[in-house]
Design a protein around this ligand. Structure first.
Ligand code: SF4
Length: 430
């Protein structure tokens, strides 16, 4: 069966000129699809590997830390394998822009934490970044159509089987609901869960390493996965286990609980904060306005008082865990939005909370934020990863403080070599 799937992928690659996209969530199904495609590419002679291929993965900025770490490691290996084997593939970790982030929507705009009825997050955090990437690439005139490979399987659920069965196919491809230029291929549509694991555990990944870590995460998280969501017809990722640590769509976050049980202590505080979000969503607890934004008498957004309290608790959580949970850009946006809220803030509310919790002035924050923007711009211009640029700058600063330059070139070179180990960070000039 695996050979049959690979043969049909190979035929499609060689007979159809359209570029490919691979939806990758880090879960077992999309890992299997990506593996099969890598295997196929490696079997095609080098001179025939001419198709552009983009791996797409979303990071909602509130993903479970252990899952993000695993996914980032896999993406870096994929990119490295593609560069060394000449597969013509690029990996893309797509994030929502800060103005649409989870915290800017909840703490800034006052959206209630999502539930099954008002699940506003999937579109903003997962679907829109993918659509924006595809549109950007299409508009740039690079591609007119593309084929997107997904890991949807009929045996996942009755709903998934119905969805796949209802959609018309043309040469085994289904037209994307919202992006008519994109055609969807589900190469493992008829593969069972047991067969997926059999495939994943019996061989190493073509990009290096194996899937034992993935299997461990699954057994710790005990549940299904959050697929790469590409349109509204995809079943709720809130049913899954590999979602955001903030997810209030699921009754219980079994993934976070499982990871905590298996020793990931970071999850303890995050699980508590998720319960805080549920408390704030419940109108009976007094954190919600009694009017909607259009003035209708019904449960409305979080009040300004509620948003301030939530920001305070989030910054405290950040201090407790030492993890960056909300960025400076998001804090500046929240400040801006509060000024236009019902019962508006005086424009200094966020600054006061930051001063109280972190002991720094918002002005400093603005400077930090502008500096980061400049660094991103320069990094992009030079074709270098922003983190590598920051490391280089910090090293120069360290030397300038000691008024010595001896050893600096070697140290800078070591940073570049270290970055070059990760193919995604290789500066073009090196
Ligand atoms: S995992 Fe939950 S919070 Fe995250 S996008 Fe999906 S439904 Fe929304």
């Amino acid at each position: 069966m695996f050979s049959e799937i690979k043969n049909s992928l190979k035929d499609l690659y060689l007979s159809d000129p359209r570029p490919w996209l691979i939806g990758f969530s880090g879960g077992k199904d999309s890992t299997m699809v990506a593996s099969l495609i890598f295997e196929v590419l490696l079997e095609i002679p080098r001179d025939q590997r001419i198709k552009p291929i983009s791996v797409l993965c979303t990071d909602t900025r509130v993903e479970i830390p252990a899952i993000v770490e695993m996914i980032e490691g896999t993406l870096a290996k994929m990119q490295k394998c593609s560069s060394s084997e000449g597969l013509g593939l690029d990996v893309n970790l797509l994030r929502p822009p800060p103005e649409q982030s989870f915290w800017v929507n909840i703490i800034g705009r006052g959206y209630p934490p999502p539930n099954r009825v008002f699940r506003w997050c999937t579109q903003r955090l997962k679907i829109d970044p993918v659509t924006a990437f595809v549109e950007r690439t299409m508009k740039g005139g690079k591609w007119s159509e593309a084929i997107l490979h997904l890991g949807a399987r009929r045996s996942e659920s009755a709903e998934r089987a119905r969805n796949l069965g209802n959609r018309e196919t043309k040469n085994n491809l289904r037209r994307h609901v919202d992006m008519p230029n994109v055609w969807i291929n589900n190469p493992i549509e008829y593969v069972s869960t047991e067969e997926v694991w059999a495939y994943l555990l019996q061989r190493p990944n073509p990009w290096g390493g194996d899937n034992r870590q993935l299997y461990r995460v699954y057994s710790n998280a005990s549940g299904g996965e959050c697929p790469l969501v590409v349109d509204e017809s995809t079943p709720s990722c809130g049913n899954s286990r590999f979602g955001c640590w903030t997810c209030t769509v699921v009754e219980r976050d079994k993934a976070s609980e499982g990871l905590l049980e298996s020793g990931d202590e970071r999850m303890e505080h995050l699980i508590d904060f998720r319960n805080t979000l549920i408390e704030f969503r419940n109108p009976e607890n007094g954190w919600r306005d009694t009017r909607r934004m259009n003035g209708a008498e019904a449960d409305g957004p979080l009040t300004i008082k509620g948003r301030r309290e939530l920001l305070k608790r989030l910054l405290l959580l950040q201090e407790e865990t030492g993890m960056e949970l909300v960025s400076d850009e998001e804090l500046l946006l929240i400040q801006k939005i509060w000024k236009t809220a019902r019962d508006p803030d005086d424009g200094r509310g966020v600054a006061r909370i930051i001063k109280k919790i972190k002991g720094i002035h918002m002005l400093d924050l603005k400077e930090v934020s502008r500096l980061r923007e400049l660094q991103e711009e320069v990094a992009q211009e030079k074709g270098i990863c922003p983190d590598t640029l920051r490391r280089l700058l910090a090293k120069v600063e360290e030397y300038s403080e000691s008024h010595k330059a001896m050893g600096l070139p070697d140290d800078l070179l070591n940073i570049l070599k270290d970055a070059a180990n990760d193919a995604t960070q290789v500066p073009q000039e090196v």
